[in-house]
Ligand binder design. Structure first.
Ligand SMILES: [Zn+2]
Length: 128
């Protein structure tokens, strides 16, 4: 059990992840603000139906991106809460520690690599 302590997030690391999550969040919030602006300022008159179709598909893409952004913002916020509660690097599925290497690459993850693989496996079989 001597490795358990090294999996715990120390103060310095906590600050590091906090900063990382905060910068992700502010980037996202800035980005989505721009998208809203764009959508509002677009003129809705389309003499050419192709333009209209293009606009619609662009709009759908924008909405999809916005939806993804919203979900990510939620994930980041809950990651911040978990960081405060010191459950940040604990896998939601199995309660094991999530490797710091993995958190570094995916700061909003709630699953350890094993559980993530199982989940992805499930998603694949559901798609078929
Ligand atoms: Zn797990």
């Amino acid at each position: 059990m001597e490795f358990v302590d090294s999996n715990k997030i120390n103060k310095k690391e906590k600050k590091y992840y906090q900063a990382k999550l905060e910068s992700m969040l502010s980037e996202l919030l800035q980005g989505s603000g721009e998208t809203v602006q764009e959508m509002k300022s677009t003129n809705q008159e389309f003499p050419d139906p192709t333009d209209r179709a293009n606009y619609e598909s662009e709009r759908n893409t924008t909405l999809r991106i916005r939806d993804r952004e919203r979900k990510l913002i939620k994930k980041i916020r809950s990651a911040m809460v978990r960081l405060e509660e010191s459950t940040y690097n604990i896998c939601e599925e199995c309660g094991d520690y999530i490797r710091k290497q993995r958190l570094d690459a995916r700061p909003v993850t709630t699953l350890c690599i094993n559980c993530k693989e199982i989940e992805e496996q499930k998603e694949k079989t559901q798609q078929i």
